[in-house]
Design a protein around this ligand. Sequence first.
Ligand code: XMP
Length: 326
Amino acid sequence: MQPDKRPENMQRIATPDLAEAFIAEQLAAIQAQVGERKVLLALSGGVDSSVVAALLIKAIGKQLVCVHVNHGLMRKGESEQVIEVFRGQLDANLIYVDATDRFLDKLAGVAEPEQKRKCIGAEFIRVFEEEARGLEDIEFLAQGTIYPDILESGPVKAHHNVGGLPDDMQFELVEPVKLLFKDEVRVVGRALGLPESMVERQPFPGPGLGVRCLGAITRERLECVREADAILREEFERAGLAGKVWQYFTVVPDFKSVGVRDDARSYEYPVIIRAVNTVDAMTAEIECLNWALLQKIASRILAEVPGVNRVLYDLSPKPPATIEWE
Ligand code: XMP
């Protein structure tokens, strides 16, 4: 296992050549650590877990068991992409769990933001644990821990995705990218042949769209956030802004306002657009979006997303706002 501290002379992995050298080194290290035994990985589809999965598939093939839990709070097309890339292209041993109903049932009526996070985190662990218990001979747990996770929170990835497993399910950890910074993980992911949309994926909170569907989550508003987010991402892509703006998304609050549709009064939800730039997420500036682009996105959301009658652009930097609304 590698140390928890990045050696002072460790070169920044910034080029494909350096990435290839890193990959070769890690393949040997993983094979030496794991041998013929089996490894389990919670594959969220985020950059870190995807790169770890691709590395392990290359190193040990089907000895890696990936579990992708769809908590129903993913963005449009994300779980499908995980299945297509890992099962379709990389021939991974992938277990796909659609736990949407389970999560949404648990979340029904839960409005307090921290309570929602806890509920999503706890349910995630429960689902993952159930899957893990059904498998035999697993001795290792792979994690997409990266260096900032170690610097911020000690040696185990402190994300809301996988908070930890019960005491009787202790595995030895496999953490091949734990000494890398995010930009280096992306370079390695590219060298491993992962699609650009996965390697360049913007940050996405563990609780997913759950923190962008404000208050108690309903299926109706969750669909509004998801569809509006898909339109926003599509238009950013077309405008060449994907990968340039740090984070952008939509939010749907839990109130309606009056509007007019088909010559009659209607009460429908607003969609809020947020687009920010930051270096470390501690402070953030808003992206000065082109007016014509904003208008285009707004008119598409109003025309294509059922139940929405207003679109707003959030002009608040962090501080005093935060990046997310909850
Ligand atoms: P805030 O809203 O605190 O967000 O300005 C800073 C960055 O952290 C992300 N974020 C989260 N990530 N679980 C996560 O894994 C969470 O509960 C969570 N809340 C915020 C946010 O998207 C932004 O990039």
